[in-house]
Design a protein around this ligand. Structure first.
Ligand SMILES: [Zn+2]
Length: 176
């Protein structure tokens, strides 16, 4: 199989609301990273939150909902919640915290698609690592794009062992 195989599957598939991908043909993506905010994806599920969003550390009534803060560098050592004046923190999932159940549900629903790409991940951290196998069991063509083999390499339909930044633009060109 080759990149053309993947291109063929992507070009035949109907737009799906969410994929783990960034080609322009995709209508959405899910991310386990916290720093991918500028890829232009229209419907991104951020399983671990975003470094570019902050929220009230004490989760006061109005500050529990994250707000964007892309200032670099931050003017204060620690930003403050504009609602209660307490400290604010990155709106990411720290060790020991739970993923947002609604995001996990949305990500699980996204596995009901025609083509599911796993891009730039070690595929070892669950629940995200389980979505490719779930997509495949639901009938999706599955592919991974990663520099090195991963546990997903043993079952996906296509494993492309290259840098995502090289493969995804080529895939976009093939789909154009
Ligand atoms: Zn607050």
């Amino acid at each position: 199989m080759s990149l053309c195989t993947l291109q063929a599957h992507l070009s035949r598939s109907a737009p799906c609301p969410r994929h783990t991908t960034a080609p322009s043909a995709a209508k959405g993506a899910l991310s386990a990273g916290t720093d991918r905010t500028r890829a232009g994806t229209s419907d991104l599920i951020r399983l671990h939150g975003s470094l570019w969003m902050i929220k009230c550390f004490d989760e006061c009534a109005h500050g529990a909902r994250p707000w964007p803060d892309e200032r670099v560098p931050l003017p204060d050592a620690v930003p403050h919640c504009p609602h209660c004046g307490g400290y604010a923190r990155p709106a990411v999932v720290w060790f020991g915290e739970s993923l947002d159940a609604a995001d996990v549900d949305r990500a699980s629903e996204a596995t009901a698609c025609e083509v599911f790409l796993t891009v730039g991940t070690s595929a070892v951290v669950y629940p995200a690592a389980g979505f490719a196998r779930r997509a495949q069991s639901l009938g999706a063509f599955t592919a991974e794009i990663n520099l090195e083999p991963t546990p997903a390499s043993s079952f996906v339909d296509l494993s492309v062992l290259c840098a995502a930044e090289d493969v995804l633009p080529r895939l976009d060109q093939l789909l154009a």
